[in-house]
Design a protein around this ligand. Structure first.
Ligand code: HEC
Ligand code: HEC
Length: 274
């Protein structure tokens, strides 16, 4: 096969680029670069988590702008970018501004709470910590559903360096009973006698609280705690009973619809055996 000089040159460049790529890839088979040679997170690529200071990360989340999803995502990514992780420089390249859409349950639609959306986005790109990434997400979702939030204890409020004056603006802690922004805010509104429009301080604190929780949970998983074995990671007994008939791969009889969700069923359904 004959080749002119130009074709030959292209071949050589092609080969050397591939070789350079191979050495660059190193630890990850998926790492990629854009046309300027800049690192870019690739589909399926996972970055190395290292334990972080949960309170320092929560404080950063409290001070972060751009809505609840960005507070969680930006604060943890920023801490990892400054950490001893071998992937610190890769964390630095992740554009956290993308997450601003998550506020108000996606552009004020009141659907999935941005804190949980941010946690999902974050955990998805971490190296699967002791194969527990799914359990970590499940645990955080169940925790969010049933815990009085935001945290209001002195240690936490001191940790994020807030003021008593702001505590008045934050209103009361409340339980969302759901992963939805809508129920979280409306239950807070009822408890605090404040409208959605006044949610600012409360939601800043909610994101700081969930950031604290997810960092602590990731640290625990990293140290080897079996998050998947915790009762708190599983749906309630009542929901598991619903799932036993309304399964994901099949149902108890053909009349029953198949269901794939770990949300608490009875928040929205009354059930049908009472
Ligand atoms: C013993 C099996 C079984 C369990 C447990 C069960 N379901 Fe069902 N479910 C069915 C069957 C069969 C149907 C369809 C026939 C019918 O409508 O009764 C159904 C229908 C439904 C429907 C459709 C509307 C309706 O009421 O008919 C909803 C919603 C539903 N189930 C929710 C739930 C929830 C929530 C739970 C848990 C609190 C639950 N189910 C537990 C078997 C079950
Ligand atoms: C956030 C609210 C919410 C939660 C939580 C929820 N569902 Fe639903 N579910 C809905 C809505 C809304 C529909 C659609 C109802 C309609 O079209 O009338 C639905 C539909 C269904 C249907 C089909 C309804 C029918 O008429 O056949 C079943 C069965 C069902 N859900 C079971 C469950 C089970 C089991 C769980 C828990 C594992 C659950 N759902 C959790 C809101 C929810």
């Amino acid at each position: 096969m004959s080749m002119n000089r130009r074709q030959a040159l292209t071949r050589i460049i092609g080969i050397s680029t591939a070789a350079a790529g191979a050495t660059l890839v190193g630890t990850s088979a998926f790492a990629a670069t854009d046309e300027n040679g800049q690192y870019q997170l690739e589909m399926g690529e996972k970055l190395k988590y290292v334990p972080l200071d949960a309170m320092a990360t929560a404080k950063l989340a409290y001070e972060t702008s751009g809505g609840c999803m960005r507070q969680v995502f930006h604060s943890v990514i920023t801490m990892l970018a400054q950490s001893a992780s071998v992937d610190a420089d890769k964390f630095k390249t992740i554009p956290t501004a993308l997450t601003a859409y998550g506020g108000g349950g996606i552009a004020s639609q009141g659907t999935i709470c941005g804190n949980l959306n941010g946690i999902g986005m974050l955990v998805n790109i971490l190296d699967d910590i002791n194969d527990q990434n799914s359990a970590i997400i499940a645990n955080a979702f169940r925790y969010y559903e049933k815990t009085p939030l935001p945290y209001a204890d002195d240690a936490f409020l001191t940790g994020i360096a807030t003021t008593a004056e702001k505590s008045v603006a934050a209103g009361k802690t409340s339980i969302s009973n759901s992963v939805l922004c809508h129920s979280s805010i409306s239950n807070w509104s009822r408890a605090s006698n404040l409208p959605f429009a006044k949610k600012g301080e409360r939601c800043l604190r909610l994101s700081a609280s969930m950031t604290y929780y997810i960092v602590d949970l990731l640290n625990r998983a990293y140290k080897g705690e079996d998050i998947s074995a915790l009762v708190a990671t599983k749906p309630s007994g009542e929901t598991q009973a619903c799932q036993s008939c309304h399964g994901a791969s099949g149902t108890i009889d053909e009349q029953a619809a198949s269901v794939k969700t770990d949300m608490e069923c009875t928040t929205c359904h009354t059930g049908h055996f009472n």
